[in-house]
Write a protein that binds this ligand. Structure first.
Ligand SMILES: Nc1ncnc2c1ncn2[C@@H]1O[C@H](COP(=O)(O)OP(=O)(O)OP(=O)(O)O)[C@@H](O)[C@H]1O
Ligand SMILES: [Mg+2]
Length: 410
């Protein structure tokens, strides 16, 4: 069955097209929308195979809606409809990422053929590895390990720093996997100064995302006992990794680890959305700049659509700036959420940690930033039983600056 979303301002057109499509045994209208924002929300909710979008939608117009759909749901093919007969309209549609362009008015048969063509194209595009790797498409974890997805609605708010140090703090009493889900420009390798030979894209390309032995070979030892799966060594290799790969991988990691910490990219991709959807806890990091808080609010809306309720969501405020911040209480009011943890501004400790490629949770566990991420880790997964206390680094001369392997090889 090909699932279709219809987005047109006119209720009459939606009704007519729905009636026409219902005559085809293999087509079903799974959602309708009369403006761009609703179209996007409905698409995120229902994940249609094909979206038929009118260019003249009110609010976010059809071109913008197409751009958003292509970015967030690359598995959905978009057909753009327009009254405009100019070549320019066609060019804009294609630039926005639409797969087909239909000029209004069009015949029912014409639309049906276009939907089938777009769907067939998407099926051809789906990689064989993606489909065969999906022993684990269900969101329900098949084992005990818990997934913590670290997201932010804006670049540079501190996601990677927090993910890495939180993983180290968790590893004091849990088996921890740290996965770099920022596939194109992941920073975990740099933050830990590691340069693994093989990464997540090798697992995907070799259809080994659910193979425990191969995963164990590809993951490397990170600091404090954390096992690390790095991002691809080059941005274009990220294309090998699909949401199905990540689902299968996470499901497998849940068998081996108590906690899986995943860092994500600054932009919302289909991969990040899937990692949010799968997560046992979503850690939303924001700084207190007006733009970050505004975007965090938008991200909360998306999470609402993905049914991430308050029990699965926590807000972390990271003081990434010395000045010019909104008041915490005001940000919490805007986000209608109390922050679970507040990470203090500590450029000295954070910069030293990044500069040396050694997490501050390990090197300076008594620092205020380390204490804050430890508190976060404790909330995510309380330390029960065996506990390796945070030991400050032994006193001694300042270590000489290390040559940065990862930085140079990337
Ligand atoms: N608590 C803090 N105190 C001082 N500086 C901080 C703090 N947290 C983060 N920073 C600074 O912010 C920078 C960005 O952090 P980080 O790389 O973790 O952000 P990010 O959200 O992962 O970025 P991107 O979106 O690009 O992946 C760091 O290089 C560090 O210099
Ligand atoms: Mg990052």
């Amino acid at each position: 069955m090909i699932r279709v979303l219809l987005a047109d301002e006119s209720a009459r057109i939606i009704e007519n097209v729905t009636r026409r499509l219902s005559q085809e045994g293999d087509l079903v209208v799974c959602a309708v929308a009369q403006d761009g924002d609703t179209a996007l929300q409905e698409a995120l909710r229902t994940r249609p195979d094909v979206a038929v979008v009118d260019a003249g939608l009110p609010g976010m117009d059809g071109i913008q809606t197409t751009e958003m759909l292509v970015q967030y749901l690359p598995g959905t093919g978009v057909i753009l409809l327009s009254l405009d007969v100019e070549n320019e309209a066609f060019r804009r549609a294609m630039l926005a990422g639409a797969r087909e362009f239909l000029q209004k008015p069009f015949g029912g048969d014409e639309l049906v053929s276009a939907i089938r063509r777009v769907h067939a194209f998407l099926l051809r595009k789906a990689t064989p590895t993606a489909t065969s790797a999906t022993g684990a498409t269900a969101a329900t974890p098949s084992s005990e390990g818990r997934l913590f997805t670290v997201v932010g609605a804006k670049g540079g708010v501190g996601k990677s720093v927090i993910a890495v140090n939180c993983a180290v703090a968790l590893a004091r009493s849990h088996r921890v996997a740290l996965v770099d889900g920022s596939l194109q420009f992941g920073d975990i390798g740099v933050l830990l100064d590691v340069s693994p030979e093989r990464t997540i894209s090798d697992l995907a390309a070799n259809n080994a995302v659910a193979d425990r032995d191969v995963i164990a070979e590809v993951m490397i030892d990170g600091p404090g006992g954390v096992r690390v799966l790095a991002a691809p060594s080059s941005p274009e290799l990220a294309d090998y990794v699909t949401t199905q790969h990540l689902r299968a991988l996470i499901d497998e990691l849940r068998h081996t680890y108590d906690c899986i910490v995943v860092d994500t990219a600054p932009h919302l991709s289909e991969i990040s959305l899937d990692l949010v959807e799968m997560a046992d806890k979503v850690v939303l990091v924001t700084d207190l700049s007006a733009t970050a808080v505004k975007n965090a609010r938008l991200l909360q809306t998306v999470m609402g659509v993905l049914k991430v309720d308050s029990s699965r969501f926590m807000l972390v405020i990271n003081h990434r700036e010395a000045a010019g911040e909104l008041a915490r209480a005001y940000a919490e009011e805007l986000l209608k959420t109390a922050a679970t943890v507040e990470i203090p501004y500590d450029p000295g400790v954070v910069a030293t940690s990044i500069g040396r490629g050694v997490p501050f949770a390990l090197a300076q566990p008594q620092s205020s930033v380390a204490m804050a991420v430890t508190a976060l880790a404790e909330i995510l997964a309380p330390s029960v039983g065996v506990h390796r206390p945070a030991e400050p680094a032994p006193p001694g001369p300042e270590p000489a600056p290390r040559r940065r392997r990862r930085l140079l090889t990337r």
